[in-house]
Write a protein that binds this ligand. Sequence first.
Ligand code: MN
Length: 237
Amino acid sequence: MTEYAFEPCPPATVAVAGSDKRFPVRRIFCVGRNYAAHAREMGKDPNREPPFFFTKPADAVINSDQTIPYPSLTDNLHHEVELVVAIGTGGSNIPVSAAKAHIWGYGVGIDLTRRDVQEEAKRLSRPWDWSKAFDNSAPCGPLVQAAEIGHPTHGRIWLGVNGQLRQQGNLSEMIWSVPDIVSLCSESVELKPGDLIYTGTPSGVGRLAPGDSVRAGIENLGEIAITIGARGAHKTL
Ligand code: MN
């Protein structure tokens, strides 16, 4: 038996809807741009370029009904509501036609983004990590098994802040489908059980402030609610 220098951290987990079981999170992959209207609002051509991926640490995941501190380093924290794909069966070079068999379930996630840090990274051709992969940056609502709901291809996806609708779209507007994304991601890395893939956001991304109450949902799938707390004790701008 391996003896560790200290007790390893338990894995980050996400709630499973209607169950006491938890989904253990291995890694978090995110698609950069996957809805034409959001690509346009970010000043990009929405033509069907191959998707690109970035990552967040597994322990950036935050379950629904939590309050998270307003993150450090930013004065422009943004919300991006996204369909989250939860991988149950790993694989490399998964064909599009076989991708659904690797999916355990789905959830509603929010890709929190330090937009000002991201804009600087883009301008200076630096990595996106510090704009995307910070503590508590990956809220994810309860996961629902594909065995129960199938594989959603359409349905309203929305996010509101303090009761005001900010983002609204439909899963049918995704440029790259979920099977496309699973297949493409598996060409770059060997997917493993427990991996989450955030599949991109519709238009309407915007600023969050301390005290904001955020609620988001996907039709026939579920919802997530988080509250943005006060700025943390760490350095701010
Ligand atoms: Mn995103």
